[in-house]
Write a protein that binds this ligand. Structure first.
Ligand SMILES: [Zn+2]
Length: 248
């Protein structure tokens, strides 16, 4: 077993003047995801091998590109951005985990457009810009980042579904998806974005307002991260080498 520490950056979406999605009962995405991020940090810190950094630990605005820059500057091993989903359709519900990639999936593009604060039309146009997409794809292929992000996304998604499905009714599994999220652009480490539930759905908004549900989500994300770390010997070695050279 390696004694390497892993540096995990948890990113609570939105903040400050950007409330994110707002539920029918006026619950703000920025408040929900900050609380979940703080809970994830607390759970992960119980393991002395985990070093956890938050992009924000209070209600402040941070530009999307700054969030990944923080993770890159800190030489993070993993980056997880936490969000709550929203749809015009109040019936829409469920959990999905994203990694950065090109897509022609309409629903995925709608989610990314909202998180990027651009129109769906602009989102679709971006997917057709050959140079942008090529840059992203070549970056993704470097150092198995794409494969590792898929693996990380799968562990987190599976952990959330299996844990929450035990205690809550109608947990809907949308699986692992991909889209062009600004917040994941240029991340040098495996990185994913989790949409923990739909704040636009009255029942899910009600759950998201409860401390116990947020705690269960945080536990599930942390468990998925821990499973990934213990099953990723290559990443651990990279981290070990990095920290060794740092401690000299
Ligand atoms: Zn969001």
């Amino acid at each position: 077993m390696t004694s390497a520490k892993r540096r995990i950056v948890i990113d609570a979406g939105h903040g400050g003047h950007d409330p994110g999605a707002v539920g029918p009962r006026k619950l703000y995405e920025k408040d929900v995801v900050l609380d979940i991020a703080l809970k994830v940090r607390k759970i992960l810190m119980a393991d002395p091998l985990n070093e956890v950094l938050l992009t924000r630990d209070k209600d402040v605005f941070i530009p999307l590109e700054e969030r990944t820059s923080i993770a890159n500057r800190k030489n993070a091993d993993l980056f997880v951005s936490i969000h709550a989903n929203a749809s015009q359709n109040r019936q829409a519900r469920g959990i999905e985990t994203y990694l950065l990639n090109w897509t022609d999936d309409e629903e995925a593009n709608k989610v990314a457009a909202r998180e990027n604060k651009i129109s769906l039309k602009q989102m679709k146009a971006m997917n057709k810009q050959a140079d942008t997409v090529e840059m992203i794809l070549s970056d993704l292929n470097r150092e198995n980042k794409r494969d590792e992000s898929i693996k990380l996304a799968n562990y987190i998604q599976r952990s959330m579904i299996s844990n929450l499905d035990n205690d809550y009714k109608n947990i809907s599994d949308h699986g692992v998806k991909q889209a062009l999220f600004y917040v994941l652009f240029g991340a040098k480490m495996p990185s994913v974005l989790v949409e923990v539930s739909f704040i636009s759905n009255p029942e899910e908004e009600n759950r998201l307002s409860q401390d116990s549900y947020r705690q269960d989500i945080a536990k599930s994300i942390a468990a998925g991260l821990n499973t990934y770390v213990s099953s990723a010997p290559v990443i651990q070695k990279v981290a070990e080498f990095r920290h060794m050279s740092y401690s000299r």
